[in-house]
Design a protein around this ligand. Structure first.
Ligand code: UDP
Length: 331
């Protein structure tokens, strides 16, 4: 077996996947420009600092390492930022993927696992979303993921190239050893913000909208543990190796939790006060996003090990407590 190139392996989901691959004896090279990644997250393997849009660098990595598969995480991932700066997103994400796939073709590397998102789906959202649900990206970020999926599908139709696009629902939690975890600057995600509030690093948490048509009025998401996501990437590689067809596959827990349910679970886990305030809805947020992961179960044999929101939050709590002891967060 050759090495696996992991682009964006110094980011949140990438770092957990790398740690998992290395623990299973796979050799990994991380390529990350560290625009949002962290050098210490990529300490378990070979590391190259650079951008996937740099063809000279890609040629040198593919020529000097026996790479036989690529897992592509490197991308900008904030919906709000993508609305404000769409060109950056199309350039970084779409051009980045084109450069990477072109380099793979030059070096005859055919296998790619792509980090996609449930953000590619369009309304209606009041059902379990399956892979055949209509796609209708609502933000430039989501549009980049849908465009890249289309590019990969077109490539797979006419060349030996094969891929799996994994459409994640809400990645959450951290490595149970707390060696890597979630560190976004600035942080915009619910669970880290809730836990930073529990740690006293923030004086309150804003609940973005309590007038949604849900039981408690707050929006519902499908939180899936980052290590379960990591395992799915490894299972997707095996699926392609076993002759599986190129396609998109959902990764979710199939269960929805509201913002208030997440906060209540965090209060239980941390035993801390978590002051909240109600704020207006965040632009672009939908009421409910819950995924159907039947296909992942059938094709990849994937079953999330962390199905309980309390367990997911507990791993994140251990990580954020450790981070807090180490340094103050950038708010
Ligand atoms: N959310 C919130 N307060 C925050 C951050 C997030 O109420 O400070 C809500 C957000 O509106 C959404 C859910 O929590 O309904 C999950 O948001 P997150 O940004 O974690 O993930 P997204 O679903 O937007 O990818």
């Amino acid at each position: 077996m050759g090495k696996i190139l992991v682009t964006g392996g110094a980011g949140y989901i990438g770092a957990h996947t790398v740690k998992r691959l290395v623990s299973q004896g796979r050799e990994v090279v991380v390529l990350d420009n560290l625009s949002t990644g962290h050098r210490d997250f990529a300490r378990f393997c070979d590391f190259v600092q650079g951008d996937v849009r740099d063809p000279v660098l890609l040629d040198s990595v593919f020529s000097s390492e026996p790479i036989d598969a690529v897992i592509h995480f490197a991308a900008a991932s904030q919906v709000g930022e993508s609305v404000r700066n769409p060109l950056y997103y199309y350039n970084n994400n779409v051009s980045g993927a084109i450069c990477l796939v072109s380099a793979m073709a030059r070096h005859m590397v055919d296998t790619l696992i792509f980090s996609s998102s449930c953000a590619v789906y369009g309304p209606p959202f009041d059902c379990l979303l399956t892979e055949v649900h209509p796609t209708a990206p609502l933000s430039p970020y989501a549009a980049t993921k849908a465009m890249i999926e289309r590019i990969l599908a077109d490539m797979a139709r006419v060349t030996p190239f094969q891929y799996v696009a994994l459409r994640y629902f809400n990645a959450a939690g951290a490595d149970p050893d707390a060696e890597v975890g979630e560190r976004h600057r600035p942080e915009t995600h619910l669970i880290p913000l809730v836990l930073q509030t529990a740690l006293g690093q923030r004086d309150h948490l804003d609940i973005f909208g309590d007038d949604y048509p849900t039981e408690d009025g707050t929006a519902i998401r499908d939180y899936v543990h980052v290590l379960d996501l990591a395992d799915a990437h490894i299972a997707a590689l095996a699926y392609l190796r076993g002759g599986g067809a190129s396609r998109a596959i959902n990764l979710g827990n199939g269960q929805g939790h509201s913002v208030r349910q997440v906060i209540d679970a965090a209060r239980k886990i941390t035993g801390r006060d978590i002051p909240v305030r109600t704020a207006p809805r965040r632009e672009g947020d939908s009421t409910r996003l819950v995924g159907d992961a039947t296909l992942a179960r059938e094709l990849l044999g994937w079953r999330p090990r962390y199905a309980d929101i309390g367990e997911i939050i507990a791993t994140a709590w251990a990580w954020h407590s450790k981070e807090a002891a180490r340094s103050a967060p950038v708010l």
